[in-house]
Design a protein around this ligand. Structure first.
Ligand code: SF4
Length: 83
């Protein structure tokens, strides 16, 4: 199961540039970056390496099956961003 970004994200974009598969969007220089409240992980591109979660100083990223109950809906929200 892919990693998921939650609303604890502060858009510092640290994870985006570190992702080996470019699964996290938008990039800091993407015009879309100003229009979103957080970044999102594409579940079809994520290879579950965990780098983003360990880099995030805001504990905003979880492996999908360890999402807290009150943040479970973020799995769908991340996926929806890429549809
Ligand atoms: S777990 Fe790895 S592949 Fe998946 S979004 Fe994070 S850094 Fe990218």
């Amino acid at each position: 199961m892919a990693y998921v970004v939650t609303d604890a994200c502060v858009k510092d974009f640290v994870c985006v540039s570190e992702c080996a598969t470019s699964a996290i969007a938008p990039m800091a220089d993407d015009p879309a970056a100003a229009t979103v409240s957080q970044v999102y992980i594409n579940p079809d591109e994520c290879i579950d390496c965990g780098s983003c979660a360990s880099l995030c100083e805001h504990s905003a990223i979880y492996i999908g099956d360890e999402l807290p109950a009150d943040k479970a809906h973020f799995a769908e929200k991340n996926q929806a961003y890429f549809q």
